[in-house]
Design a protein around this ligand. Structure first.
Ligand SMILES: [Fe+2]
Length: 255
């Protein structure tokens, strides 16, 4: 049985995620952006977390670590490469590590790019990946600590997950991502339709996440480095895939 997931907003545009195994009742949080909305979600669901999985060291993902640890005594797990910058960390993981949760295993995928030690958490049985600030709906994270080819490899690994995998991300950036995506992939009908849906959801004050790997493959320009129409549009028909990715990322930084 797949995990149950409660997604909620924190801060300006961060997502908080609480998940629970419906059989064993095991509960975990993915990242800790802000204490108050996390406590409200715990109150609303009655799901008390015993585990906190951290994707990367940024303050808007770890701010509530110590407060939550004090209150719930939860165990904090995060990436080995960023352990010195993750408050209250108990245990470290790296790509290939597995974490037992309820009746299934969480697989750790190394996804450096946004930060050098960023990891994503993949649950094959539930068909869910928590990609935080690596892959966004119609976008990807800024390259703050790594060159483009590193992020390209991380996105490639995520894009190889089964297409029906649900993707949970760190931020609600989809509307501005859609506006940019249309500038590099203007003829993509699926993207045009999705941009309209995203606009309607945001107007109604609703989240645009989670997404799926399949939807990102057809509409997210940061995964569409092989697409002939995008390559033609960029004048990069013969370029390597990571060069196409780097050019799209460069344009987005200046958008
Ligand atoms: Fe971040």
């Amino acid at each position: 049985m797949a995990v149950e997931i409660e997604q909620f907003m924190c801060r300006e545009d961060n997502f908080g995620v609480l998940m629970r195994d419906p059989v064993t009742g095991d509960t975990a949080l993915i990242d800790a952006p802000e204490e108050k909305p996390i406590l409200a979600a715990i109150e609303r669901t009655g799901w008390v977390p015993k585990l906190l999985l951290i994707t990367h060291h940024h303050a808007d993902h770890v701010e509530a670590n110590l407060a939550l640890k004090k209150r719930f005594g939860l165990k904090i797990i995060g990436p080995e490469g960023e352990k010195d910058r993750i408050p209250g960390i108990d245990d470290t993981v790296r790509g290939g590590s597995t974490i037992g949760f309820g009746n299934e295993e969480i697989e750790v995928i190394d996804t450096p790019g946004h930060t050098a030690g960023h990891v994503s958490y993949y649950m094959p049985q539930s068909g869910v990946v928590f990609a935080a600030d690596t892959l966004f709906a119609l976008g990807c994270g800024r390259l703050l600590e790594c060159p483009p080819d590193v992020m390209y490899e991380s996105l490639k690994n995520l894009s190889d997950l089964p297409p029906d995998t649900k993707v949970y991300c760190g931020h609600e950036y989809t509307l501005s991502n859609a506006r940019f995506a249309l500038t590099v992939d203007p003829d993509n009908k699926a993207l045009q339709a999705r941009a309209k849906t995203v606009e309607a959801l945001r107007e109604a004050g609703r989240p645009t996440l989670p997404t799926t790997i399949g939807d990102e493959l057809t509409t997210n320009p940061f995964l569409r480095w092989s697409d002939p129409s995008i390559r033609r549009h960029l004048g990069m028909e013969q370029a390597s895939s990571d060069a196409v990715f780097a050019e799209i990322r460069r344009r987005k930084d200046n958008f």
